[in-house]
Every structure is written in C-alpha cells, then in structure tokens.
Design a protein around this ligand. Structure first.
Ligand code: HEC
Length: 576
C-alpha cells in the first residue's frame, strides 16, 4: 500500500557540532516535511441520515458465535488514518458516518486468540450504508498476540522473577521476543550482555547503541546466572511448545466497548513518539525517542511536519525523551542520552540547543526531563548529582538546587524520573527508586521529601492540575496517586488490572483521570467520583505507551497518546 507522503527536505545548514552550551542563537539544522494527502473525515453523504453508521456488521466465529469486545479497524487506502470501533455484546460493530469518508478500506481486528478468516479483507464505503459481517478463526499463533501483562499472567515464576522481567525487559520490546526465543542458560548470559549495550531509547525494530555501555552506567538487564536459568526454563529452549497455559485477558465488555480510537501513522515507519502533547490550537507535538526529531500532527488536515536537530555530541544518539510546551506553545525537549535540551521555536522553526553548565555537573549527566514554570522558566533534571537546575531562558542564568534533603540522600537508592512545576514555580520530582516526591522551593531552594504511602511504589511521570495537585503513575505499585502540594497529603487508587503499571497519569477537566503504561495496551480512565475504571484496549499488540495527554481546551476533554512502538499518534474518545 502506498503511503502518500511528500518529502521535502531542505539541505542542512550550518555545522552540527557548534550548538551546545548556553548559546541562545537559534540555529536551523534540518527540516523534514511530509504531507499526507487526502481528506479524512467525511461529511455525512447525501442519502444517509446523520447518526446512521457508514459501515456495520456482525463479528462472529464458529467457536463463539457472535463476539462482543472485538476491535474492528478500518483504514482507507492511501490514508494515514485508522479508525477503530469495538463490537457490543451482540457482536455488532458500527462506524459512524461522519468518521468514514467514501472509499476503499482495509479491515483489521484485535480479539486475542483469533484472526480474520479472510486475512486481506477490504470493504467499500459509499453513498449508502455498507454492511459487512466479519468471520474470525482461531489463531495458529497465540504467542504473537499476547501483551506483556498476559505473558506475566501466564508464565511460572516467583513475584520477584516476574517483577525482574517486567522492569528489565519490557520497555525496548515486548516479552514475546523473550519467551519465544530458544536460548539455554548459557545463551541467555551472552544475550544479557548484548541487551546491556542497547540504549533505553531502542525498540526491537530500531537498535540504538548506548554511548554509556562501556561506562558501567546503564545496566537495565542486570542479568545473572539465576535469571538465565529461569528464562531457559520458561522459553522454547527445550521444544516447540510452552509448558504452561497461555492465559489471556477477557475482551472488552460493557462501557469499555463504547469508544472510538483514531490513529495517525507517522511518516517514518520506525518513529518512536515517546511524548505527544496537544496545544491550544489542537495541534499534536511529539518528540522522537531515538532521533533528534520534533514533529507536529494537524489532526484536522492530516498534515505531519517534522524537524530534525541531530545530536550536538558526536557519538551520542540525539533522541528526545520528553516534550513540554511553554506558555507560547513552543516545544521544549530533552536529550535522552546526554546533557542537552532544546527549545523549538514554532514561528521560526528553529532549534536552540542548551545544556547544563559543564563545570557544575558530571560528565555523565543526562538531562532526561524538564518542567516549565508558569512564567516560562525551566527546571532541568541532572540525574547524576541529584540536582535540578532552575534556568531562566531570558538571562541564560542557571541555579543548581539539591533535589533531596541531606537525610534522604543518606538512604539510597534514589532516582528522579519525571518532574513538574506548580503554579508558583516550585519543582517536584518523582523519585522512582526511592518511592517519594522530592520538592524544591523555587524561592529558598529548600528541599523537602514526601514518601508515598505505598512502599516500593515507583512514581514515574506526573501531571499537575489547576489546584496544584500532582497526578502520579506509581509504576511498581500499580497505583494511581494524587499528591496535594498545598497540604502534603496523598491519595492512592489501586489499578484494577494486574501489571497495568501506570507510566503517566493526566487529569481531565470533567473529573476523569487518564493513565497509560507499557505492558497491557490498555488506556484507562478513572471516574474520580465513583472510583470506577474504564479500560480501553488499543488496536495493536505492543503499543508501548509513555507520556499521556488530555486536551482540555474544547467542550469535551480529548485523550492523546504516542504509540511508541507503533509509530503512530492516537486519540481515544469514549462515546458516552
Ligand atoms: C535497552 C533496550 C533493551 C532492553 C532493556 C532489552 N532488550 Fe532485548 N533487544 C533489544 C534490541 C534493540 C533487540 C534487537 C536487536 C538484538 O537482537 O540485539 C533485542 C532483541 C532481543 C531478543 C530477540 C533476538 C534474539 O537474540 O533472539 C531477545 C530474546 C531479547 N532481546 C531478550 C531480552 C531480555 C530477556 C531482556 C531483559 C532481561 C531484554 N531483551 C531487554 C533491546 C533491549
């Protein structure tokens, strides 16, 4: 299938290696532009009543008859947009008329344990309603369809062994690669070594060498002989069949089927949109984890534009981990593997590279996250010295502040992951290893520490609401937490799905709280009043969700997310 992108790349201007430091001279390094041709959203065709579905039918299989909770996706030929709906209890799916323009569509499904009976299923949507019933067969390759949470439910092992897998192996690729491998214990030891050379920004389809591999800094895999033996006892090293039952999660039911998911392909098939953020004008800005690229999706026209600013440090990958918008809507991005961050000016379309002052930080410093204050100062995290730097872009002034009070530093381990600013410019760091929130007072520089009620909670990314309450993904404890920065009080909610492992949590203005993670392919929405969770399944295995975002500017909040391992940006809209 043809993806109609027009590539229009300007020749690079200027040298690539003169940008670091505190220079504020804007410098354009490269520009990429893609235009996705075609209109996506139809007006309701003449001859069809509004509200009538453009395409509908029943999904069934011989094993179950009509099947509820099946995701049905339709992608128009030569378009970058895929629309997904879910069958109700009676097996019926329905695409609203205003979502499918007339044309030819490729149909896909997600229902664990099943494949389309007709793999290459195409339908034509025309002026009047199209009806297509869809037949499913039992799959011959269930392992390829399991999410990481389903693997973790299925495999034998102690909680500790499973936790090791869930924290050491799932972020670069899915556990399917691990379990379907044939390594014996010796083979695993060699493989662990190979894994530890990959940068955390790698994906299975995109290995990125870690520049720190020889510095004993990155040791994600921490594999030892015990773990090698454990993996050799559960993978396919001794035969073609698993010696345990492959358990699957129930398909979506009830309200969880009432949703429309819209996915936009990014122009590069190996894009890794780690962070995707909506701005006031409805544009979606994203950064690429593995490459120094910032992109913008216009959901109304389907135009995607990307700008590249390669690594300012030779030998170090330039990928951006985090993206935040300043008050003018300009994206600020952090380099994942080095001391460097950048502002992208959306008017001039130029990057300005910055870094923490070298004489104040370690040569090993990586500035992976930043937070923007209401008056557009920037907090930048230094992961090595337990510091955060307060940076004024107008004066170029940096102020290093200790992230932890002295008594906390004495009780390792600690490691700040995501950071946020409150309405007064105070900084908060999510201490993933220490299980607490570390606060720096903007005026006095005083550090205060607030342990989470749950032990070993692993707070990871956060959002802050208009009442200065932090919403936190407690990755290890499988909880969502709220921390009231004004009272120092926490509230925690258990996530109902095992191994959901919330990476990030974002509040919507209607009182719903959204969250996503890497292991389940579920996006969840918690109703704050009732405490009820809805869990919406994404259309693909190994979505690999990182930052989540809620666009609160319109009449109804809209949820946006980057599919880090699927090179797509997705919008999730519950129907009720
Ligand atoms: C920092 C990123 C990263 C982490 C963490 C990681 N991997 Fe990988 N893995 C990769 C990449 C990139 C590839 C593809 C290139 C390759 O095969 O080395 C891969 C491929 C694999 C493969 C398939 C290729 C083969 O050799 O059969 C297996 C199996 C595997 N990894 C096991 C593991 C296990 C087990 C863990 C956790 C202990 C793990 N990986 C953690 C990056 C990672």
């Amino acid at each position: 299938m043809n993806r109609s992108f027009v590539e229009n790349r300007e020749p690079p201007s200027g040298s690539k290696d003169s940008a670091p430091g505190m220079s504020l001279n804007a410098k354009k390094i490269g520009l990429r532009l893609w235009l996705a041709l075609g209109l996506f959203f139809a007006v309701v065709p003449a001859g069809m009543a509004a509200g009538q579905p453009a395409l509908t039918g029943i999904v069934s299989s011989d094993a179950e008859g009509p099947m509820g909770g099946v995701l049905v996706s339709a992608k128009r030929m030569n378009s970058i947009v895929t629309i997904t709906v879910v069958t109700g209890k009676d097996g019926r799916y329905a695409f609203p008329a205003d979502r499918l323009a007339p044309g030819d569509y490729q149909i896909g499904i997600r229902a664990v344990g099943y494949d389309l009976a007709t793999p290459d299923l195409k339908v034509t949507v025309g002026g009047k309603q199209s009806k297509t019933d869809i037949k499913l067969n039992k799959t011959k390759n269930l392992p390829a369809q399991l999410s990481d949470a389903e693997w973790l439910m299925s495999i034998p092992g102690t909680p500790k062994q499973k936790e090791w897998l869930s924290t050491s192996c799932v972020f670069c690729h899915s556990l399917t690669h691990v379990l379907t491998s044939k390594y014996d214990a010796e083979g695993w030891l060699t493989t662990f070594n190979r894994m530890s050379n990959w940068s955390g920004s790698s994906a299975f389809f995109k290995p990125v060498l870690s520049p720190w591999a020889n510095h004993e800094m990155i040791s994600f895999t921490k594999g030892d002989e015990e773990q090698a033996k454990y993996l050799a006892s559960i993978n396919l090293s001794t035969g073609p069949e698993f010696k345990f039952e492959l358990k699957t999660m129930p398909r979506p039911q009830g309200d969880d089927t009432k949703v429309i998911i819209t996915e936009y392909d990014l122009p590069r098939h190996d894009a890794e949109p780690h962070d995707a953020v909506s701005d006031k004008d409805g544009m979606i800005w994203y950064c690429d984890f593995a490459e120094g690229i910032v992109g913008r999706l216009n959901p109304k026209t389907g135009e995607v534009k990307e700008w590249e600013d390669p690594s300012p440090r030779p030998g170090f990958p330039g990928g951006f981990q985090a993206l935040e918008l300043d008050s003018q809507g300009n994206p600020w991005v952090t380099r994942h593997e080095l001391n460097g961050f950048a502002k992208f000016d959306k008017k001039t379309e130029k990057f300005t590279n910055m870094s923490l002052p070298e004489n104040q930080v370690s040569p090993k410093t990586r500035t992976t996250f930043l937070a923007i204050t209401p008056d557009d100062k920037v907090w930048v995290k230094d992961n090595v010295d337990f510091k955060a730097f307060w940076f004024d872009p107008h004066t170029g002034r940096y102020l290093g502040r200790n992230q932890y009070p002295d008594d906390v530093v004495k009780t390792p381990p600690h490691n700040i992951y995501g950071i946020r600013s409150d309405s007064k410019g105070n900084e908060y760091g999510a201490d993933i290893d220490g299980s607490g929130i570390a606060r720096i007072d903007a005026e006095t520089g005083k550090a205060t520490y607030y342990p989470t009620p749950a032990p070993n909670s692993g707070p990871r990314r956060m959002h802050i609401d208009s009442d200065d309450r932090l919403w936190i993904g407690e990755y290890y404890a499988n909880k969502i937490a709220r921390f009231d920065t004004r009272t120092g009080q926490y509230h925690e909610w258990d996530h109902p799905v095992n191994w959901f492992s919330p990476y990030d949590v974002a509040p919507a203005k209607d009182g719903n709280i959204w969250a996503g993670g890497m292991s389940t392919d579920l996006i969840s929405r918690m109703n704050l009043k009732t405490g009820k969770f809805n869990n919406y399944l994404m259309p693909r295995v190994d979505t690999n969700v990182r930052r989540v975002d809620v666009d609160n500017t319109g009449a109804r909040p809209v949820f946006w997310v980057g599919e880090n391992h699927q090179s797509k940006i997705a919008k999730v809209e519950p129907l009720e």
